[in-house]
Write a protein of this length. Structure first.
Lengths: 283, 398, 313
């Protein structure tokens, strides 16, 4: 609405003074400043991936170098921790997405006892500081005498990602017209066929969103992992450790590469969906 | 599933639906829809008409009773095993499938491989041949509605159920689709069961109408029959407009009943009485507004000298004097509200052939009508039943 | 109409229940929701609810790592923990509260900009808000060490415009340093949780019909009044869930305090972490964790009651 309204308003007000212009665009200026605040660290990370630091820590600029980019796995254990993080994120995403989607479908599509209790059980992990969950989970593992490592981290990640998947899928299934499933049953699709041909395809965007969120949460999780990983080192744990021992430039390379890759995927997705919209006939 | 050799009629036997322990959507009900009929279930929202439809479709399990298609009891069958298809309210077209795949859905689920010819023919029948590759959201409301009909009809169901299929369309398009649906029904000869809250729609389209109220069928019959001889005050008020006058029966003789209301004598044929009246008992006397004639009071007082024949009221007619309370000009007719001794706001529709300029609010008038056009109802009912619901649904429909 | 008026022409199969018999849905169908819920709910019960029970029990145990811990209902641990680590609790609430307020203050204009004024740039701006997530938050938090470095351009500028004098007076900075001060920790917290504020705000702003703004303008409301009377009240669901999504994780965070702060800026999260992982004083750590949970739950409950919104997520 505004792009067209703006020049008109500008004509009427006859912008002469700088303060007048400033006042009219104050929201845009404030918003863009916030955006700069959000983006600035990413830019710093990117710039410092080309640094050649003097000591062990990569905090101040010395000279331009591409050595870290030429040898991203040149730091001991870093790429191994990255692979481990990806592995854990993948499995916990699959687990949380399957279990979370099932809960979401049950919550939206069926009436049953203990609904309120189950809703609270889903909500509470999100309403609790991560450190509380991490600490209590550790007490459980200690009491059970479980060996901390890959499995405890995987269980912990699946558990705390579950609620987020439920919320994402629930929103999608809630907005879905229950008549669509009735229509499918009316048109000779049995329960399995109805689920596979109608329910699942329509809920897919919600499930995908939940899965993406779970992946991001698991991959980037530090606090719960910190408590429950034992001697297992995920990528965030590696970064944490290096903050004490010395930060290799390669950390910035990984950070920048992941950032660039993700932005590329998002932009490509936008372009493809934009083109599809344009080429589709409009009635 | 297409064996139409057996009777295609729908029979509901003692069917009812109760939700939880308290709310009864449909009271035990027997209903037979003859094969090939265009059958309408008419009622205000919440009257149980949609529940009845869903019981036939198998989308709800009845609390009691059975559903028969022809001679076959289908009560226990899930919807996907019933030879019945539904056109859903707001269509429920699959948003992730093209129009072609939407229409082909039912055939594919039944394992039919080559669907191309059938889908093409069906899309042609609903005049959407060029739209096969589009998605539902790229179509207009009327087009979506036709896709929904095609998607159901392609399966050659024994019965096509239509759940308020025209509710989302504007008035003009609704008229057009009403004709279209009638054309399709005559063409394919399948039994249609149509649920609607729009009494006009039910009367124009269906050959049989069942008026539902509070989970019960109030009356069932041909549209004209329901309109001319309503059995209950609800039907009288919900289907069109009725003037209902509370009266006392003075005599029952031969085929004629005489009543008085506020010292006014009225007569009606016993055959048009939905109850058996006895002298001294109460009766509700009904008359449709368009059956009433309206004359300026002075014109009818002296029948001997008046030369204007049209203004003369012959002796046999029911007549009441009153004053015009309000009038509104509707184009083809004018609607008057007349305050009379028997009751306020008697409604009268007068065709705008020759308009009498003296008929303005405040004018003294005589209303009169033929006793043959009068009907009688049991006085033990709520005289206003169906009035508010009819007005409400008319508002919602526009 | 209660009984069949005429006998049905076809004989009813004997296996069929009598017409008036009440039908119940089969048991198998009634059990479907429970089967769907079972695995996920079991996971949450065993690895979310049960640990809280264990933690509660641990918090009232006494003993040592060598001899083992036993439940002695030693509630004094709570009093001792609160007495000893009161400042850290206070800091947690204070820092998290300040960061939440700053997030709202900074996030609202950006969410508003994206929702109403961005036009075709909307998608790009949204991507830019989410983009930081694609880099590990620890790496990004470390970047603040560079940005806020002593005598760096940011700190020099802040000093030159007198900003550091103001924060110094507020007790958030000390002299010409930003790193290792409360300001650095709050800056890090605000930065880390800002997207969690912006996204719910944007979602609720985006739902507002722009015609409401026009209608308010038509009814003699100046832009500021339109915002105060129409836009802001309608965005309340976003404000509530945004502040919760910011405050809750910020109150338990120890990463920012550890990486950007000093020993004087430790929050309760730092204490829980070191008690659990370094000091190995499990009862104290469990009691602290339980207290944090209680404080957060109380604040959240009171806040939700006052804001009057039940549907948070």
């Amino acid at each position: 609405m505004t792009p067209k309204a703006a020049p008109k308003a500008a004509l009427k007000a006859a912008p002469k003074s700088l303060t007048g212009w400033f006042r009219r665009h104050i929201v845009a200026i404030a918003g863009l400043l916030t955006l700069a605040y959000l983006i600035l660290p990413n830019i710093v990370v990117m710039v410092f991936s080309f640094n050649k630091p003097a000591g062990k820590f990569n905090y101040s600029w010395r000279e331009f170098s591409t050595h870290a980019w030429e040898d991203p796995c040149g730091v001991a254990d870093m790429c191994g921790s990255l692979a481990l993080s990806l592995q854990i994120a993948l499995w916990s995403t699959i687990g949380a997405t399957v279990l979370g989607s099932m809960i979401a479908f049950a919550l939206v599509r069926y009436r049953f006892r203990a609904r309120g209790a189950i809703n609270s059980l889903i909500f509470l992990p999100m309403a609790m500081p991560e450190v509380v969950m991490a600490a209590s989970l550790l007490t459980l593992f200690l009491n059970l005498g479980a060996e901390l490592g890959f499995w405890t981290v995987l269980i912990a990640h699946t558990m705390f990602c579950l609620s987020f998947v439920v919320v994402a899928v629930k929103a999608r299934v809630l907005s879905m017209d229950p008549r669509l499933e009735e229509a499918a049953r009316d048109l000779y699709a049995g329960p399995v066929q109805t689920f596979l041909r109608v329910t699942l395809p329509i809920a897919a965007p919600g499930i995908a969103a939940g899965a993406l969120l779970a992946f991001a949460l698991s991959f980037d999780d530090f606090i719960i992992t910190n408590f429950n990983s034992g001697s297992t080192v995920t990528f965030p744990m590696f970064v944490w450790g290096s903050a004490q021992r010395g930060t290799p430039v390669q950390i910035n390379v990984i950070g920048t590469a992941m950032f660039a890759l993700a932005v590329l995927i998002v932009v490509a997705g936008q372009l493809i969906s934009g083109r599809r919209k344009k080429s589709a006939p409009t009635g | 599933m297409n064996d139409t050799t057996a009777g295609g009629d729908v029979r509901l036997v003692g069917i009812s639906k109760t939700y939880g322990d308290s709310f009864t959507a449909v009271h035990p009900l027997d209903l037979t829809v003859p094969q090939g009929a265009f059958f309408a279930l008419l009622g205000a929202s919440g009257c149980g008409k949609t529940t009845t439809l869903r019981l036939i479709a198998g989308l709800e399990d009845p609390t009691t009773g059975s559903v028969f298609l022809g001679d076959r009891d289908v009560t226990g069958l899930p919807p996907y095993k019933r030879p019945v298809n539904t056109v859903f309210q707001s269509y429920a077209l699959f948003p992730h499938l093209s129009i072609y795949e939407n229409v082909a859905f039912g055939l594919r689920r039944r394992g039919i491989r080559s669907v191309k010819k059938q889908v093409g023919e069906m899309l042609d029948l609903v005049q959407l041949g060029d739209f096969a590759s589009r998605r539902p959201h790229q179509l207009s409301g009327g087009q979506q509605q036709r896709v929904a009909v095609a998607r159901a009809l392609i399966n050659h169901p024994r019965v096509l159920l239509l759940d308020e299929p025209l509710g989302a369309l504007d008035l003009k398009l609704r008229r057009q689709m009403q004709l279209e649906l009638q054309r399709i029904q005559t063409e394919v000869g399948i039994t249609f069961v149509h649920v609607t809250h729009d009494q006009e729609e039910a009367m124009t389209m269906a050959d049989t109408v069942a008026v539902m109220n509070g989970g019960r069928v109030e009356q069932l019959g041909a549209p004209a029959e329901l309109y001319e001889n309503p059995a209950t005050t609800f039907v009288a008020n919900f289907l069109g407009t009725s003037n209902l006058i509370a009266a006392e029966v003075t005599s029952v003789s031969g085929g004629e009943i005489a009543v008085t209301a506020a010292n006014t004598r009225l007569r009606l044929p016993a055959a048009r009485c939905a109850t058996v009246p006895t002298a001294g008992g109460k009766l509700l006397v009904g008359i449709r507004p368009e059956k009433i004639s309206l004359s300026y009071a002075g014109d009818t007082d002296d029948t001997d000298t008046d030369t204007d024949a049209t203004a003369t009221v012959s002796d046999g007619r029911n007549r009441i004097t009153g004053t015009i309370a309000a009038s509104s000009f509707l184009g083809v007719s004018t609607q008057y509200l007349i305050d009379t001794p028997v009751g306020p706001a008697l409604e009268v529709y007068v065709q705008n052939i020759e308009r009498d300029p003296r008929l303005t609010p405040g004018a003294p008038v005589t209303v009169h009508w033929s006793p043959d056009h009068t009907f009688g109802l049991d006085a033990a009912q709520d005289i206003g039943a169906g009035v508010a619901t009819a007005a409400g649904s008319a508002g919602a429909a526009s | 109409m209660t009984a069949p008026a005429e006998a049905p022409p076809a004989p009813v199969p004997p296996s069929e229940p009598a017409p008036m018999a009440v039908r119940r849905p089969p048991l198998r169908r009634a059990l479907i929701p429970y089967w769907l819920l079972l695995p996920g709910v079991l996971l949450l019960l065993v690895f979310f609810a049960l640990p809280l029970v264990y933690q509660a029990s641990t918090s009232v145990q006494t003993g040592s790592l060598e001899e083992g811990f036993t439940v002695t209902w030693h509630f004094r641990t709570y009093a001792d923990a609160l007495g000893e680590y009161g400042p850290q609790f206070l800091r947690s609430v204070l820092y998290a509260g300040t960061a939440t307020a700053l997030c709202l203050l900074l996030g609202y204009p950006l969410a508003y900009l994206i929702a109403f004024k961005a036009g075709r740039w909307r998608h790009l701006l949204l991507v830019l808000v989410i983009a930081p997530f694609f880099t590990s938050f620890l790496i990004r938090t470390l970047a603040w060490k560079t940005i806020l470095a002593d005598s760096g351009p940011v700190v020099e500028t802040l000093g030159a415009i007198g900003f550091l004098d103001v924060t110094g007076w507020l007790g958030m900075t000390d002299g010409n340093r930003v790193l290792a001060t409360p300001l650095a920790v709050v800056t890090g917290l605000t930065y880390n949780f800002l997207p969690f504020m912006i996204l719910p705000l944007y979602t609720s702003l985006e739902r507002i019909d722009p015609r409401l703004h026009e209608a308010a303008g038509d009814l003699y409301a100046r832009p500021a009044v339109v915002f105060r009377r129409v836009t802001f009240p309608l965005s309340m669901p976003g404000v509530v869930s945004g502040t919760l999504l910011t405050f809750i994780p910020a109150s338990g965070d120890y990463v920012n305090a550890e990486l950007l702060g000093s020993t004087d800026t430790k929050m309760v999260g730092n204490v829980i972490q070191s008690q659990f992982l370094r000091v190995l004083d499990y009862p104290t750590a469990a009691a602290l964790s339980f207290l944090l949970m209680a404080i957060v739950l109380i604040i959240v409950t009171v806040y939700i009651r006052r804001a009057g919104t039940e549907d948070l997520v």
